[in-house]
Each structure stands twice: as structure tokens, then as C-alpha cells.
Design a protein around this ligand. Structure first.
Ligand SMILES: Cc1ncc(COP(=O)(O)O)c(C=O)c1O
Length: 330
């Protein structure tokens, strides 16, 4: 039997209001003929802006509903998460221990400049997985000993609560595009760092399809090497289970592009800096080359291969200013 309650469950998931929704959609044209819609989550209106606002809203909503009293999570050196989530945790009396791995590697003085003002519970560690696992386990146990129920969130808040947040954003966007009177939405390009936002999009798209909506091709662009494909599949299945959705996204529909490998998290080639500068000069959109610039570049390559007969949308996940302290990889 088809389960039509998934969308209702997404819309009823707990969240704390932080952003200004809906974020606008801009029609953008470049001199090279690229003509796309851009979903401006960079204008989410909370902290540094970005799709992360949606994730924080729902993750904190989930923690409050389930009675968690502290957050334990890892991040890398190039992140907006720490800066955007700490004021929210403080506001809702949730403690935290955030472990900052030295990836991509940066001089200690630079890391202290970026994270030093955020207090002792944002801990700088080395680049290794074993050290990170030890630091996270220590943080978890300290929190328990302090009498707070700790919640461990995987990198980039990759938890069903955050996937649901992104799914809700996708539903918001589909309604907006339909009201714009543009050709029907054909393809959506989204950056896949942990793939949390991408997972939410494919999940929401599947639920819309099951209700008779025309298909929308969701393309995720992997921005650093690693087992993203397996991880994203797992995240989609975990969220389907969490929502008790019985009609699963077919595995073959999860379109993750891995056409270029960027060595490691946070690195980028110099030609992407040029692309981001040119997009900024022509359209005013600010993209960074460690996340969104890669997605924009893959999108332009896809568009160059053939005209699309529907609308194409680039999801602007946000701008991460710290990329400037990371040297180009090639
Ligand atoms: C700049 C930027 N790009 C992309 C993303 C998407 O990341 P993820 O794939 O982890 O959902 C994020 C984080 O949410 C981000 O801050």
C-alpha cells in the first residue's frame, strides 16, 4: 500500500524557528548562456546564512523534544556550523562539546584566530580519525557525568532530523517554482558535503512523485572524496525508517556526481576561484570554491551538454568565508 503520510510527517517534525522562510528564488542569466533559477538559502537570515539554518532548526527541535541536554559533534576547519549553532544552543540551554579536526590542515595560529573566541568547549585536535573518535567519546562521557543527556550528531549534522529539514525546504521550493509561472522544474543541483541536504531532496522528491507530481531530477555534487555514496544511501534509508515511510527511494535514482575529486575536505583547484569570481561579477551571487563553486561548475558542464526543456535550479547552500585561508590544491 502506498504511504501518503510521509509529507505530513515532514511538515509536522519539531523545529525551533530561526530563519526567514521561504528563502527567495532568483532567475539568473550569465553571458555564456547559462539561465537558471537559484534558491537563495544563502539568505536564510540566521547567522552566516545557508541551508544549515534549516538543519539547525530541526536538529535542535529534535533534541528539545527528546530531552537531550548537550550536543557532541565533530567539524573540520572550514565550517559555518559552529558559528551558527552556538547562539542557538545557548538560547535553549543546551551544552556542547564541538571537536574541530585539523582538516584541511591549517597553522595553529590561524585555527586559534578562527575558533579561539568560541570558548573551551570548542576543542582543536589533530587531523586523525582515531584522535577524533577518542575526543568525541571523551566529550560524550563528560557530558553524561555532568548529568546532561548527550546527543551525538555525525559531521554536518547528518541525522534524520536534518534530512527532514532539507526535505521540507525542497517542498517549499517546489511550491514557489510552481507559482512563478516558469517552465516546469526539471533538474535541481545541490552540493553534497555530507549529503544531508541532498538526501532530504531525493526523499521529498520521491514522496511528491508518489502523490502524482511530475518527476524532478535531483543531482548531488560530491565536493570531497570519501564514501559519500554509501553514506547518503544509508542516510536516506535511516530517514525513511525514522519517518515510517514504506515507499523507498529507488537506489538507482540517487544521482551523485563524482566526476572530479578534490583531494580532501576543504580543498579546491584555482580555476574554481576564477569561476566563483566570474559568477559574482556577472550575477552578484557569492559562491565559495570549496562547496558551492564545485556544484556550479558541474551544473554549467551539464548544461553545456544540451539544452533542457524545463527549468533548472541551483540550490545556494550558503557561503563559507573561511575558504580563503585554505591554499588552493592545484
Ligand atoms: C556552504 C555549504 N554548502 C553545502 C552544504 C550542504 O552540506 P551537506 O551535504 O552536509 O548537507 C552546507 C551545509 O549544510 C554548507 O554550509
Amino acid at each position: 500500500m502506498r504511504d501518503h503520510n510521509g509529507i505530513r510527517r515532514i511538515l509536522e517534525a519539531p523545529f525551533v524557528p530561526l530563519g526567514q522562510w521561504p528563502t527567495p528564488i532568483s532567475a539568473i542569466s550569465r553571458s555564456n548562456g547559462v539561465d537558471v533559477l537559484v534558491k537563495r538559502d544563502d539568505l536564510s537570515g540566521h547567522g552566516r546564512g545557508g541551508v544549515k539554518t534549516r538543519k539547525i532548526e530541526h536538529l535542535v527541535g529534535h533534541m528539545l523534544e527528546k530531552g537531550y541536554g548537550s550536543l557532541v559533534t565533530p567539524v573540520g576547519n572550514v565550517t559555518n556550523l559552529v558559528h551558527d549553532i552556538l547562539p542557538v544552543l545557548r538560547r535553549f540551554d543546551i551544552a556542547w562539546e564541538i571537536v574541530v579536526a585539523d582538516v584541511p590542515p591549517l597553522p595553529l595560529a590561524e585555527r586559534r584566530r578562527m575558533f579561539g573566541g568560541l570558548g573551551n568547549n570548542v576543542r582543536l585536535i589533530g587531523p586523525g580519525h582515531i584522535e577524533a573518535a577518542g575526543a568525541l567519546a571523551g566529550a560524550y562521557h563528560r557530558s553524561r557525568r555532568a548529568g546532561r543527556r548527550p546527543f551525538f550528531a555525525p559531521p554536518s549534522l547528518a541525522h534524520p532530523a536534518a534530512v527532514i529539514a532539507a526535505a521540507r525546504g525542497f517542498l517549499e521550493m517546489v511550491g514557489q517554482v510552481e507559482a512563478m509561472g516558469v517552465p516546469p522544474l526539471q533538474t535541481v543541483f545541490i552540493t553534497a558535503a555530507s549529503g544531508t541536504a541532498f538526501a532530504g531532496f531525493v526523499l521529498a522528491e520521491n514522496l511528491l512523485r508518489l502523490q502524482g507530481h511530475r518527476p524532478i531530477h535531483v543531482v548531488g555534487v560530491q565536493v570531497y572524496p570519501g564514501p559519500a555514496r554509501r553514506w547518503i544511501h544509508g542516510l536516506v534509508r535511516w530517514t525513511e525508517h525514522y519517518l515510517s515511510v514504506s515507499d523507498r527511494v529507488p537506489s538507482g535514482r540517487i544521482d551523485l556526481r563524482t566526476t572530479r575529486i578534490y583531494r580532501e575536505f576543504g580543498r579546491y583547484p584555482t580555476d574554481l576561484v576564477e569561476l566563483c569570481t566570474s559568477v559574482k561579477d556577472e550575477t552578484g551571487l557569492k559562491l565559495d570554491p570549496v562547496f558551492g563553486g564545485k556544484t556550479w561548475s558541474i551544473m554549467e558542464s551539464c548544461l553545456a551538454q544540451g539544452r533542457s526543456n524545463g527549468s533548472v535550479l541551483y540550490w545556494h547552500c550558503g557561503y563559507t568565508p573561511d575558504w580563503e585561508v585554505v591554499p588552493a590544491a592545484c
